[in-house]
Every structure is written in structure tokens, then in C-alpha cells.
Design a protein around this ligand. Structure first.
Ligand code: ADP
Ligand code: MG
Length: 401
């Protein structure tokens, strides 16, 4: 059980690359935090700094109010599970789980009790006598987690623990991690690049890009009110649709025009717009595929031609183009369609759509910030990194010329 706070934490690697810029987060006691973002955005670096496996270039990390910047990993009372969990092949499952306790010279009787407890929590009691090669991938991963929870740490760190498992097993283990979390009351920081894992596991999600934090919030906050275009595009499948729109004052509120189709802007967004010194005219209007209302007869709203349909079982994904070739994805519940309508869509006749107005989000064209999320962070422009040695050499070369 612990609170973890990261204040202005920065990581610059020896070659000059800044992997994490100014990271700030207050993790509450027993909270489950998920760090999510594309490969290379700095998730593992952040986790390794909390663990003490990586030095901090700048800033402060504190656990329960004690600054741990210079504290050895073993003194932080942290346990970590990695993606590539290495079990000792010659040892039984029991010995693999007991290993860390033996190193700490814990008495045998206590080790025995703790190994049995951990095995019970993870449902692997009957496997204790086996060797790792006699286990399936999921069972091995459970043993790796068992090794970490045999001693309930203050903070439990997990770095993509499920990404080596196949899809079915991953779903199953995801549910088990939720159960595990209910059984062992401790603070979790969990890293993944998978938005489904982030959405289902996190009390709060920290979404990162290029070493910057894009947004911190509950799954609902990120899903319904993404702080910028990056978050909007990253969370949710199929991806949110974006339309070029023009904002116009209309009576007390605003309308957003997509071509000649006008959408009433929800009141809470209008209230935020009214606080701005200048309301931008051209914006991006974001709507999730499930929040476009379709007219299967192809009449009401903006008309589009269907390019591809994907039958997902209970829902149909429609890839279409409106105007002259602008792509769009629509998602419709099969149960909401008559057989005739289904056939019409699947045989790719035209479709038309309107907007579920209360679900729209408006983003700035210039920096991608959501106009209705106070304190939203701009989308960073990805810069190409030149390692320090090379850049010095380039400077010399330039001087010669
Ligand atoms: N030891 C290192 N030296 C230089 N750059 C590194 C080092 N380790 C990681 N990086 C870079 O830092 C960035 C963040 O890495 P990482 O934290 O592993 O990302 P993630 O876990 O989000 O995929 C990446 O661009 C990676 O190439
Ligand atoms: Mg990583």
C-alpha cells in the first residue's frame, strides 16, 4: 500500500535523447494506474524510473512521501513483472515462486505459507511441482506474477505482462488481473500499448506520446472527452471520425457546419467556447463511428458511398466515402436493422448519416486541443532525433564549410 508521486520527472539517456519530459502524476494508495501509448513513447522508461532501474535526470519520485531518487531498487519495496518473464527452467514452480524469499533469507516455514498463498490466489496450486517447460504460456505468466506477489509489495509494477500471450489467453488473463487486484490491496502501475487493456484495467489512464503526457483521466473521461486529437484517435476502435467544420454563432449557442449540414453544438461546449478570447472558425469535429446515426436508405443527412463492410457479428462496420472521397467509418448494431436494410448495406448500396449531437467533440485545427477540455495539452510535433555525438560532428562539419 503506497502513494507514489512523480514531480517534473525527466529522463534523458546518455546519447542525449529525452525519453520522458516533465512527467507529473500523483498516484493514490491502492490505485490502478495504466500507462498507455504507442511503442517508444516512454512507458517502460517511466516504470523503470519508479522501480529504480533507471536514474532520473531531473525531478523527484516519492513513495509514501519519501523521496526515492537515490534509493536502491531493493529498498523501494516494489515488485515488477516484465513482458519477457524469465522463469528458472531447472526449478519447480514452487521453487521459482520461493526464489526471491530464499534470497532474502526468509524462514522456510514462512516461505512455504507464502508460496501456497500466492499459488492459491493465482489458481496454480496443482502446478507447484511442475517445471516451467511443462506449463502453457498463460500458466508460466501466472507463475511469473506469483513470484512478484509472494511478497505483497508497496507498489506492483507490470510492463506489458500479457503481450506475449495469444488473444484468447490475453482476455482471460486480463480478467484474472482484475481479480488479483481485488485480492491483493496494493498500488499498481501497469504499462501497455493496448487500449483495451488500458480501458478495462485502469482506475485512471495516463496516455503518452513522444515522452509527453497527453492526458490523465478515467477511462470514461478519455473516451468521452479526449483532450486532443492524438488521444481521440488512440482510444476507441474503430477510430473516431474527424470532419472539417466551420463554427458559427447561432442565437445563444453555436452551430458547426460540415459542408451545408449543420450540427448543434452541445451546451457544455458552447459554455467553454464563450470563455475563449477568440473562438476559432475552422475546427475538427470528432465523432465516434457508433455515434453517427445512419440512414440505411441513403437519404437523411450526408450521403456516402460504401466501400467495404465488415460483419462483426452483433455489429456492422461500414467503411464509406462522403463528398469526393473523404473516408469515414460507421458502426451500426445489427439488431437495429431490418433484414432488408442489412442486405442493402452489405450489398454496398449508398448510405447517409447524421450526428448524435451530444457526443461530438471539437478540436483546434492548429494544435489539436479539445476546445471544451480545460488545460488540454497540444499534440507534440514529432521531431527527428539526432544523437549528440553525431550532431556535434555535424556542427564541426558545418564550421569547416
Ligand atoms: N538506453 C537507452 N538509450 C537511448 N535511448 C533509449 C534507451 N532506452 C530507451 N530509449 C528510447 O527511449 C524511448 C522510450 O523508450 P521506452 O520507454 O522503452 O518506450 P515504450 O516502453 O513506451 O515503448 C524510445 O525511443 C527508445 O528508443
Ligand atoms: Mg516498453
Amino acid at each position: 500500500m503506497a502513494e507514489v508521486s512523480l514531480t517534473n520527472v525527466k529522463k534523458q539517456y546518455d546519447n542525449g535523447f529525452v525519453a520522458v519530459h516533465d512527467f507529473n502524476l500523483e498516484i493514490k494508495n491502492e490505485e490502478f494506474i495504466v500507462l498507455v501509448g504507442p511503442s517508444g513513447c516512454g512507458k517502460s522508461t517511466t516504470l523503470r524510473m519508479i522501480a529504480g532501474l533507471e536514474d532520473i535526470t531531473d525531478g523527484e519520485i516519492a513513495i509514501d512521501g519519501t523521496v526515492v531518487n537515490d534509493m536502491e531498487p531493493k529498498d523501494r519495496d516494489i515488485a515488477m513483472v516484465f513482458q519477457n518473464y524469465a522463469l528458472y527452467p531447472h526449478m519447480s514452480v514452487y521453487e521459482n515462486i520461493a526464489f526471491g524469499l530464499r534470497l532474502r533469507k526468509v524462514p522456510n516455514k514462512e516461505i512455504h505459507q507464502k508460496v501456497l498463498e500466492a499459488a492459491e490466489i493465482l489458481g496454480i496450486t496443482e502446478l507447484l511441482g511442475r517445471k516451467p517447460k511443462q506449463l502453457s504460456g498463460g500458466q508460466r505468466q501466472r507463475v511469473a506474477i506469483g513470484r512478484a506477489i509472494v511478497r505483497i509489495p508497496k507498489v506492483f509494477l507490470m510492463d506489458e505482462p500479457l503481450s506475449n500471450l495469444d488473444a484468447k489467453l490475453r482476455n482471460q488473463m486480463r480478467a484474472e488481473i482484475i481479480l488479483l487486484r481485488q485480492k491483493i490491496r496494493t498500488t499498481f502501475v501497469y504499462v501497455t500499448h493496448d487500449q483495451t487493456e488500458a480501458m478495462t484495467l485502469g482506475d485512471r489512464i495516463v496516455i503518452m506520446k513522444d515522452g509527453y503526457v497527453m492526458q490523465v483521466g478515467t477511462p470514461q473521461e478519455l473516451f468521452n472527452h479526449p483532450a486532443n486529437l492524438f488521444v481521440a484517435g488512440f482510444i476507441g476502435t474503430p477510430q473516431m471520425n474527424f470532419f472539417d467544420a466551420v463554427l458559427k454563432k447561432s442565437g445563444e449557442g453555436y452551430k458547426a457546419a460540415v459542408g451545408d449540414y449543420e450540427v448543434n453544438v452541445p451546451k457544455y461546449i458552447c459554455d467553454e467556447l464563450d470563455k475563449l478570447e477568440q473562438v476559432p472558425e475552422n475546427v475538427q469535429l470528432g465523432v465516434r463511428p457508433e455515434n453517427l446515426i445512419i440512414d440505411p436508405l441513403g437519404e437523411k443527412g450526408i450521403r456516402a458511398s460504401i466501400k467495404v463492410t465488415e460483419m462483426m457479428g452483433s455489429e456492422l462496420h461500414i467503411h464509406a466515402e462522403y463528398w469526393d472521397g473523404k473516408p469515414i467509418i460507421l458502426k451500426v448494431q445489427i439488431a437495429d436493422l431490418t433484414d432488408e436494410e442489412q442486405n442493402r448495406l452489405i450489398s454496398k448500396e449508398s448510405v447517409a448519416f447524421t450526428f448524435r449531437e451530444r457526443t461530438i467533440n471539437l478540436f483546434r485545427n492548429d494544435d489539436g486541443r479539445n476546445l471544451a477540455v480545460p488545460g488540454a495539452v497540444p499534440v507534440p510535433k514529432t521531431e527527428k532525433f539526432v544523437p549528440e555525438e553525431k550532431s556535434k560532428k555535424n556542427k564541426k562539419d558545418n564550421k569547416k564549410k
